[in-house]
Design a protein around this ligand. Structure first.
Ligand SMILES: Nc1nc2c(ncn2[C@@H]2O[C@H](COP(=O)(O)O[C@H]3[C@@H](O)[C@H](n4cnc5c(=O)[nH]c(N)nc54)O[C@@H]3COP(=O)(O)O)[C@@H](O)[C@H]2O)c(=O)[nH]1
Length: 702
């Protein structure tokens, strides 16, 4: 017996596996009783606390005698004797089978019980070892930092994760108080409550800001528990800490994504609307006003198209910065998307306060924006070398203003009405501001109605073309005309293209309308030729949307073929912003168009951001100086210089220049002095119907 006990103890000390130790017990027992066959079954619950249930895992531990358990008879010869742990729980069974049927004697039972005690001891020890080893593995491998202190809060041990999180090794912290991680961000009251909770509930959990060894402050989730000994007395504290700085960062990133515009980092539509809601509630309580300013950049698309999207983005971020710096702390500026911004002004007493801010904002934009561009304005060589240039851009802004409670009481109403006012401000010349009035709403509704009628107008053929002559400046000879579309609405009479072209552009109807204009102009030109009238070039406007058509060249070729109008009498007018941002594709498209035979002219020249050097890449014949630069000649020195420069530079590039919007003799005199090739404007003639044009212009000797 003593021998078996020692063998088992040796096995335990040597960390032998349980089956090996059990085998020693079986072998010994069978040596003492050769007619006995022994099997030891160990309950799975000895390892998981689930008593009286055997599991498959436990079966691996079952050890059988090598002797045969069959006695060749049908008599029952087997006994099962349980063995228990210190608390009386069953740990397993000794199954005994005699080779001949008989009952175990009292001495055998005593012996078996003694062996059972040894088996119980082995199972209990190995179970305890396993549990300890598992706990140690968990302690060391968990990603949570674990800290164990005594009741005086002196650190006894910490795990590896604690070191990873705090930067302190176990040697550095052993014997110290955990407050060595304190960041100083928590009030004394915080710690008082923590200790009170530990005393009362034996547990505390919460978020705390600590300081790592390298000084970095980080948020962590900390859970402290009191550990009780077998007598139920507190013996230790165990703290488990999780570094939640990543989580907090992700939370902050998510918050930013949900509420802020990623480009400008201004509040987005959602946040600005929520701030407006709060502003309304505050203003309601305090009897104040709130102003909503809806901002939209004038011709921002030109910047994008001409200088490229990165330059457009740079413009938006710089503008966002300027706006934020200029506004008061209590005001909010947000980006709604594209080039639209919304500003909420609080503590407004009079509408003039909002007008004052609007004026300041307009002034802010008087300073040019310096943008980086790698596209327009650089030569081929620079482009190839990937060299970027700075480019100064002036941009205007239109502002619509609505007031709480005057123009609306809800966020939706106020934003909508500011938008309506913005539209009005755009209509009235841009770079200005307008307050909302109910009549503006009527205008917005009217615009919607116009959009619907435009659809019908195309089907009902309510459009006609008018023709405005163009003259050679030197000898006053008629050189051509521009075809300008007119809408003869049965309800409204003649509607100006200034009203319907922008809507047609926005809705895409311009594609069908533009094709109709081209076909009609060609048909008319052919008719005049067939009538024997002197040949002249007819200029037709192409919109940006038309240029995006993949089969534009084929369509124009078909129209020329069908109408039999000679292509060299056709002039296509494109705006500079349409082509400047198009890169190689635009160059190819223009060459393909040019190959069909028409002349190509750049309309509204000077309003975009193109460079004449860059224009060399396009097969262009003519530049048309925008009427905005002609209007104030000779009063505006600046405009005169711009017009003169365009003419001089175009001459160097062998491009013809035509000036549009010539209304006075003084303007014409100036243009003649500058050697401008041709002119178009009310001074010569307004746009005329085809019949009038033939009668008054074509048949008149020049
Ligand atoms: N894509 C297309 N756009 C078109 C077409 N037809 C016209 N338009 C564009 O609509 C805008 C307004 O056009 P409209 O009212 O016809 O104005 C043109 C001229 O009437 C006007 N003009 C001409 N001379 C003078 C002048 O001496 N003073 C003055 N104040 N205005 C004058 O200028 C407009 C000419 O525009 P432009 O094309 O830039 O040469 C206008 O933007 C048209 O382009 C169309 O078929 N397709």
């Amino acid at each position: 017996m003593q021998e078996t006990r020692l063998a088992v103890l040796d096995g335990l000390v040597d960390n032998q596996a349980l089956p090996e130790i059990m085998k020693k017990i079986i072998t010994r027992l069978e040596e003492i009783h050769p007619e006995m066959c022994v099997k030891i079954e160990i309950c799975d619950e000895a390892f998981n606390g689930n008593l009286f249930r055997l599991s498959l895992a436990a079966a691996d531990l079952n050890v059988f005698s090598e002797k045969s358990a069959s006695n060749g008879s049908n008599s029952p010869v087997s006994w099962s004797i349980p063995f228990c742990g210190s608390a009386g729980e069953i740990l397993g069974y000794f199954h005994l089978t005699y080779l001949r049927p008989r009952q175990p004697s009292a001495s055998e039972l005593k012996l078996i019980n003694e062996f059972a005690c040894i088996a119980g001891l082995a199972v209990t020890r190995i179970h305890a070892d396993t549990t300890l080893r598992q706990a140690a593995t968990v302690f060391e491998s968990t990603r949570e930092g674990v800290i164990i202190t005594d009741l005086e809060a002196r650190i006894l041990t910490v795990n590896r994760a604690y070191t990873d999180i705090s930067g302190y090794t176990e040697t550095e912290v052993r014997g110290q108080n955990p407050r060595l991680l304190q960041s100083g961000r928590q009030e004394p009251l915080f710690y008082q409550e923590l200790w009170a909770s530990l005393r009362e509930n034996g547990h505390w959990q919460g978020e705390i800001c600590n300081r790592r060894k390298n000084g970095e402050i980080y948020p962590q989730l900390l859970s402290i528990s009191v550990v009780y000994d077998s007598q139920g007395e507190p013996s230790h504290y165990v703290g488990v800490m999780t570094d939640i700085s990543q989580l907090k960062q992700s939370e902050a990133q998510l918050e930013h994504l949900v509420h802020y515009d990623p480009l400008t980092h201004l509040p987005n539509r959602r946040l600005v609307q929520s701030r407006l809601q709060h502003a309304i509630e505050r203003a309601e309580r305090q009897g104040q006003r709130v102003a909503v300013l809806f901002l939209d950049l004038d011709r921002f698309k030109n910047v994008n198209d001409s200088l490229g999207h990165p330059a457009g983005d740079e413009l938006l971020t710089t503008l966002a910065q300027r706006l934020s710096e200029r506004l008061r702390e209590e005001d909010t500026v947000g980006r709604l998307g594209g080039d639209e911004f919304l500003i909420v002004l609080e503590n407004i007493t009079e509408p003039e306060d909002a007008a004052g801010v609007a004026q300041t904002l307009l002034k802010l934009l008087e300073k040019p924006f310096s943008l980086t561009t790698s596209r327009a304005h650089v030569t081929d060589e620079l482009l190839e070398a990937g060299i970027k240039c700075r480019h100064e851009v002036y941009i205007g802004v239109s502002i619509g203003i609505s007031l709480f409670p005057d123009d609306g009481r809800t966020v939706t109403e106020l934003v909508k009405h500011a938008d309506v006012a913005l539209y009005q401000s755009k209509e009235q010349g841009r770079n200005t501001y307008r307050f909302y009035t109910p009549t503006l709403t009527a205008a917005a509704n009217e615009r919607l109605a116009l959009e619907a009628r435009l659809h019908r107008a195309l089907a009902n053929e309510e459009f006609v073309l008018h023709y405005q002559p163009q003259f050679d400046t030197k000898n006053n000879a008629l050189i051509g005309c521009e075809a300008l579309v007119r809408w003869q609405s049965p309800e409204e009479g003649m509607i100006s293209p200034l009203r319907f072209i922008p809507i047609a552009e926005e809705t895409g109807q311009i594609v069908v309308l533009g094709e109709w204009v081209l076909r009609t102009a060609c048909i008319q030109g052919k008719r005049w030729l067939d009538a024997g009238l002197s040949p002249l070039t007819i200029a037709v406007n192409l919109s940006g949307r038309q240029l995006q058509q993949r089969d534009l060249v084929q369509r124009i070729a078909l129209i020329l073929k069908e109408t039999q109008f000679p292509a060299h009498y056709l002039k296509l007018e494109l705006t500079e912003s349409m082509i400047m941002g198009g890169g190689e594709q635009a160059v190819e498209l223009l060459h393909a168009l040019k190959a069909l035979g028409p002349r190509l002219s750049i309309d509204d020249f000077g309003t975009g951001y193109s460079s004449l050097a860059y224009l060399k890449r396009f097969p262009i014949d003519e530049l048309k100086i925008d009427q905005g630069f002609v209007r104030d000649i000779p009063g505006d020195q600046n405009d005169m210089e711009i017009a003169a420069t365009i003419i001089a530079m175009a001459r160097n590039l062998h491009l013809k220049v035509i000036a549009e919007g010539v209304e006075t003799q003084a303007q014409l005199d100036f243009l003649i002095r500058q050697d401008c090739y041709a002119c178009q404007g009310y001074l010569f003639s307004r746009p005329l119907s085809a019949t009038e044009f033939a009668r008054a212009i074509l048949k008149k000797p020049h």
